[in-house]
Design a binder for this molecule. Structure first.
Ligand code: URA
Length: 219
């Protein structure tokens, strides 16, 4: 069922503060996103079922431990280009994930100032087949109006019907979250912060600016 998880670990909040700082430069910004991807990954693992297993150690004795079956059934889809560093961090946790990409662009040219609705141009979709026991993670660092992510989800979910569908973002807005959940009530949203406003150009306020430009350079 749909839910919103705020990753409120102090380290995640401290990294986010660095990302918000206008003085944080490109390389540090990218590194921060990687580190957040890893921390969000840890948080996601907490929601996965754990089963007890027994192994034999080199000393010839049994040791009880755990196995997380879902780790072998993760599909990660990244929205180009801003999600790339975030996914680099997620993959450190979900090392066996099958991966997909979607190239999506908010069409600024047709946007009416003040409107919270954007046309979204999807130019490339490459997603592995999604199985019924998969946990699908769709990563996009900024969930502002929800226009991009709902459009991306409509394409990605054509590839199968996963057990769980997670949207991973760094900063979200209530408007964007409500929009995603009203169209896809089963989605679980993992985010590090929920910011109060969206400006007339569709940017999250206070936000962190344009995540793609800050990670990779101006458009
Ligand atoms: N995309 C961004 O990169 N930043 C925002 O604030 C909103 C969308």
């Amino acid at each position: 069922m749909g839910r919103v998880v705020i990753v409120d670990h102090p380290l995640a909040q401290a990294i986010l503060t660095t990302l918000r700082d206008r003085n944080t430069r490109q390389i540090e910004f990218r590194k921060g996103l990687v580190r957040l991807g890893r921390l969000i990954g840890y948080e996601i693992v907490k929601s996965m079922d754990v089963e007890t297993v027994e192994v034999e150690t080199p000393l010839g004795v049994k040791a009880r431990g755990v196995r997380i079956r879902d780790l072998d059934h993760v599909v990660i889809v990244q929205v180009l280009r801003a999600a790339m560093p975030l996914v680099e961090g997620l993959v450190k946790i979900f090392a066996n994930a099958r991966m997909g990409v979607v190239s999506a662009r908010r069409v600024e040219e047709t946007h009416r100032p003040g409107s919270l609705d954007f046309d979204v141009e999807i130019t490339y979709v490459k997603v592995p087949r999604i199985m019924e026991d998969d946990v699908l993670i769709v990563a996009d660092p900024m969930l502002a109006t929800g226009s991009t992510i709902t459009s991306v989800l409509s394409h990605v979910l054509k590839y199968g019907n996963p057990k769980r569908t997670l949207v991973v973002s760094v900063i979200s807005t209530k408007y964007g979250i409500d929009r995603v959940l009203s169209r896809y009530p089963f989605v679980e949203i993992y985010t590090v912060a929920i910011d109060p406003e969206i400006n007339e150009k569709g940017y999250i306020m206070p936000g962190l600016g344009d995540a793609g430009d800050r990670a990779f350079g101006g458009s």
